[in-house]
Design a protein around this ligand. Structure first.
Ligand code: IPE
Ligand code: IPE
Ligand code: MG
Ligand code: MG
Ligand code: MG
Length: 296
């Protein structure tokens, strides 16, 4: 795999510092039982990479928008992502004990609280859009993107849970469908919502969607590779889990080398989709390189 060249990681991840207090303040402003608020805070404000909100903000900026305009959908997509992680870790799904370097939420509290915290994060994500995004027609577009992304992610999780749902389709094709949905859908929504908040025209939105689809699939191919190449300590989540659970993954179906080649192919496809944005897309180019070469 190509090594990351001249990626300014601090510049790349700077928008996370805006999203963190914004999510915290919104959570504190809601009325709910303290144990639910504490459970949500444990997962939402934990040590994640914040790649989805960063993508939302950088996509908004790439089309000439302002980071502050992108904050509501940036916070919303991280909320949906956290809900997906909390439920993904439940015993009925991947049955994981470790997430972001700490016990998973159902281990930290209990299963009921983890299910309910995931449920609450979903509705909080939509509430923050409806409350903070103006004008109303733009809020409707953002809600539509968020709902589609969430529904497609859930479909992907269903395919992942029942990988033999369509035995007549070759493994490689089912695998791509799983990954484009379970992981690609939220990355696509992240980028598209940012572009919409920045008033992107149709051509810009199309190009950014091509970029998002490429990095979305790439993100999960890399996640599959990290599961078999890194340690639990490095990842902050249990390594070797996919083999243990006989998951349909890129390394399992294509092998490690071919999976790495696929990462490189998708990386090039993503960069190419950004050509028309020139220097405005610098951060999106860097994010793509970071996501292709990340080690956690
Ligand atoms: C993990 O996502 C789940 C996948 C979709 C592969 P991240 O790797 O973005 O996890 P955090 O948010 O940094 O913990
Ligand atoms: C996660 O895929 C996808 C979602 C959470 C939607 P994984 O099950 O591979 O994610 P990790 O490896 O547990 O983070
Ligand atoms: Mg899973
Ligand atoms: Mg998992
Ligand atoms: Mg994984």
């Amino acid at each position: 795999m190509t090594s990351p060249t001249q990626i300014d990681k601090a510049a790349l991840t700077a928008p996370a510092a805006l999203v963190e207090p914004y999510m915290k303040a919104f959570l504190e402003s809601r009325t709910m039982p303290d144990n639910l608020r504490n459970a949500i805070a444990y997962s939402l404000l934990g040590d994640g990479k914040r790649m989805r909100p960063i993508l939302t903000i950088r996509a908004c900026e790439a089309v000439g928008g302002d980071a502050s305009a992108a904050l509501p959908p940036a916070a919303a997509i991280e909320m949906i992502h956290c809900f997906s992680l909390i439920h993904d870790d439940l015993p009925a799904m991947d049955d994981d004990d470790l997430r972001r370097g700490r016990p998973t939420l159902h281990k930290h509290t209990n299963e009921a609280m983890a299910i309910l915290a995931g449920d609450a994060l979903t509705s909080l994500a939509f509430e923050i859009i409806v409350e903070k995004v103006t004008p109303a027609d733009r809020a409707v577009r953002i809600v539509t993107e968020l709902a589609r992304g969430t529904n497609d992610m859930i479909s992907g999780q269903v395919y992942d849970t029942l990988p033999h749902w369509d035995p007549n389709t070759p493994d490689a094709q089912r695998l791509e469908t799983i990954h484009l949905n379970k992981t690609g859908a939220l990355l696509r929504a992240s980028v598209r919502m940012g572009a919409i908040m920045g008033d992107a025209d149709d051509a810009a939105l199309d190009n950014l969607t091509t970029y998002a689809n490429a990095i979305g699939l790439m993100f999960q191919v890399v996640d599959d590779l990290l599961d078999v190449t890194q340690t639990t300590e490095q990842l902050g989540k249990t390594a070797g889990k996919d083999v243990e659970q006989d998951k349909l993954t890129y390394p399992a179906v294509h092998g490690i080398e071919a999976s790495q080649a696929e990462v490189e192919r998708l990386r090039t496809e993503a960069h190419d989709a950004l050509t028309s944005f020139g220097a405005n897309a610098k951060h999106l180019h860097d994010l793509c390189d970071y996501l292709a070469t990340r080690k956690k």
